[in-house]
Ligand binder design. Structure first.
Ligand SMILES: [Ca+2]
Ligand SMILES: [Ca+2]
Length: 152
């Protein structure tokens, strides 16, 4: 039922407006710092954010790759210094590294909200890694028609 509700009424059912703030630092493709402007939760002034249910190539350590750097540059170009909305994970909340697990939404000029987690996947900079301990289901990010005919 949650999946269906998210597809039909994404803004209401998935509450992307739990946090509103400005991205102050992009660590890598799927991790950044956010300066909180508004939230209905008692959060720190600056929080660490980990994009939910996706995985970008590594930028550090033995598995560092050019693809990881490209993902970081992509995230930086879209997010750095921008104001975004977060849908925080209501189940686990933070990961073991004290990063808030979230889906990030970019506000378009016409007021629409675009799912940035999905953008990273669509752009080829991340793959789906669906953790079952959070509230999110990545399959809900794509509409039924997109799922049925991926070549369209
Ligand atoms: Ca939430
Ligand atoms: Ca999940």
């Amino acid at each position: 039922m949650g999946l269906i509700a998210c597809i039909l009424i994404p803004i209401v059912a998935c509450s992307p407006d739990e946090v509103y703030g400005r991205v102050t630092h992009v660590v890598d493709g799927d991790t950044f710092d956010l300066e909180v402007q508004e939230s209905n939760l008692p959060l720190d002034d600056v929080i660490h954010v980990r994009l939910a249910d996706i995985d970008c190539p590594e930028t550090r350590g033995p598995k560092a790759s050019p693809e990881g750097k490209a993902a970081t540059e992509y995230a930086r170009s879209w997010l750095l210094s921008q104001y975004v909305y977060l849908d925080l994970d209501d189940k686990a909340g933070q990961d073991p590294y004290n990063r808030w697990v979230a889906v990030v939404y970019i506000a378009e000029p016409n007021g629409d909200l675009t799912n940035f987690n999905r953008m990273l996947v669509d752009a080829g900079h991340a793959k789906i890694d669906d953790y079952k301990n959070n509230e999110f289901d990545p399959s809900s990010w794509w509409s039924q028609s997109e799922k049925k005919d991926p070549s369209d």
